[in-house]
Design a binder for this molecule. Structure first.
Ligand code: FE2
Length: 310
């Protein structure tokens, strides 16, 4: 079996890119640069890449308010026709490409109104995780570097997108039933974590119940928990002092730090998340709320659960 494809599964394999409008591209440029992304321009839009490659993960346009309004997924080219037909058979009719958007593949509207594109494209999910440990002490030497010499690894790739929704089951009908993502873990109807069928992090998409449909957070992978901590310090030094972490999640197992973006949603630095290879038939379980959120970390502020697009 290919490490990156299951011929017995039909579904998208990756996130291509997202689009959102924000009230100030200048604020966006400052924030995402401090976060550690490569921020460029494409006409009147900002484009977000990482230091690790040319993949455009995100596109931002100026608009009256922040709104996460488009999300593109990639599939294998020889699956596209069958997958489009399957999505339609699940009751999701195709729509016209949103104005200004790429019109390849096919566009649909998810149950919360988000425009979702399914198009053939490169596999941006990794085929295996090569986890790294932070440096361990060796007897007789100093392990920690001088603070003045710390060079934190910057985000390498988009790991997952978490969406707030009034109904986790309704949105799962689209992302699992139609797009072919698979349940990794859930806690009742409060939260569901979904991985891609051809191998991905423990979650490519997370759905969390909340007061309305909105982007909750974008999560970016860094190699180790040291890079999460150093990234937190980098953001705080740049004036972005509202955040949550450093901590460790239970479901997904990743270390995290969430920085609040200028519009009230969040950008996560994530390290060493569980990885679900294509070959593994992961059994998604339902977990008690107290065993679903975080293992350790600072107390959480209610603003973390606010709807930033109300
Ligand atoms: Fe996350």
């Amino acid at each position: 079996m290919s490490p990156s494809r299951r011929h017995d599964r039909l579904g998208v394999h990756s996130i291509g890119e997202f689009h959102m409008t924000v009230p100030s591209l200048a604020d966006a440029e400052r924030f995402y640069a401090a976060f550690g992304l490569r921020v460029g321009r494409d006409g009147s839009s900002l484009v977000l890449r990482t230091v690790a490659g040319e993949q455009v993960w995100g596109r931002l346009s100026e608009g009256p308010k922040k709104k996460f309004d488009r999300l593109s997924f990639h599939c294998f080219a020889d699956d596209a026709e069958r997958l489009h037909a399957h999505i339609e058979a699940q009751g999701f009719a195709p729509i016209a490409a949103p104005p200004g958007a790429d019109d390849s593949g096919r566009w649909f509207r998810d149950p919360d109104g988000l425009a979702v594109q399914v198009r053939p494209g490169p596999k941006t999910t990794i085929d295996a995780a090569a986890h790294q440990s932070p440096s361990l002490p060796v007897d007789g030497t100093r392990c920690a570097p001088y603070r003045s010499q710390v060079r934190a690894a910057l985000p390498q790739r988009l790991s997952h997108i978490a969406l707030m929704t009034p109904s986790v089951p309704a949105r799962m009908a689209f992302y699992v039933g139609a797009l072919g993502l698979r349940l990794s873990d859930r806690s009742g109807d409060g939260v569901a974590f979904l991985h891609a069928p051809h191998g991905s992090d423990h979650h490519l998409i997370a759905l969390a119940m909340g007061p309305g449909a909105a982007l909750h957070h974008l999560s970016w992978d860094v190699p180790t928990v040291e890079d999460v901590g150093s990234g937190m310090s980098r953001l705080q030094a740049a004036g972005y002092t509202t955040g949550w972490g450093v901590g460790r999640h239970v479901l997904g197992s990743n270390y995290f730090y969430y920085a609040q973006d200028p519009w009230g949603s969040w950008c996560e630095l994530s390290a060493t998340m569980d990885y679900i290879p294509a070959a593994v038939d992961w059994q998604g379980l339902d977990h008690a709320p107290e065993d679903s959120f975080y293992l350790w970390g600072p107390p959480i502020d209610p603003i973390f659960f606010a709807n930033s697009e109300a």
